[in-house]
Design a protein around this ligand. Sequence first.
Ligand SMILES: C[S@@+](CC[C@H](N)C(=O)[O-])C[C@H]1O[C@@H](n2cnc3c(N)ncnc32)[C@H](O)[C@@H]1O
Length: 228
Amino acid sequence: MTFSLGSVVPWGRSFHEYLLFFDLRDDELHKRVLGCADGPAGFNSELTARGGSIVSCDPLYQYSGEEIRSRIDVCYPTIHEQVATNRNLFVWDTIHSPEQLRDWRFSAMNVFLADYEKGRRDGRYCAATLPYLPFAADSFDLAICSHLLFYYSDMLSRDCHDAAIREMLRIAPEVRIFPLVDLNGRVSRYRDALITTLKKTGFEVTIRDVRYEFIRGGNQMMTITRKT
Ligand SMILES: C[S@@+](CC[C@H](N)C(=O)[O-])C[C@H]1O[C@@H](n2cnc3c(N)ncnc32)[C@H](O)[C@@H]1O
């Protein structure tokens, strides 16, 4: 898969949102976490500040902080317009307006940008593209992936989903994915078939409701574990 800065729309969520949509408890924050497709989210920075252990991987990290910041600024007006036009796809209970959404997202992305160059030097932001990751088997306890798999079902094939999930399971015994709906808020066309295939090939799959719903109907998270 080719990747260029001009084809990505960087948009990052906060530490608090990650806790909610991955249903992460306090006693899980000591785990070695691999954040796949973390983009400009604030999770890595804040977890690191709390003493946690995390590496984020995303092809976006081949670019400098300045390049990512510029791309965010270029993309933001289009994102704003799309959110405003499609307001009914979202639940506005916690975030009340597109303007408040902008403030939340920019706050999270500024947390990321302030940490990014140091984190890159420390090896916490790694340029890598699913379904191939440059990590040894079992080098993490938990791999998480938000707003890529299932969400981009129109752009990533079923085979790519399958390979990406298995790659994460090679590296960590537990994988969590959120959300399970696509960009239009429909349950991903790959969800059920992938559950069946994964269960048949030695994995346990559970779906649970989480305390986070911004995309209407998108309040479910998938956990996949190796059978012991
Ligand atoms: C919508 S953003 C989600 C960012 C973050 N996970 C969040 O929820 O705030 C999607 C991210 O997926 C990254 N991405 C796209 N294709 C990828 C791939 N094949 N492997 C890993 N990351 C990818 C993009 O660069 C982008 O940063």
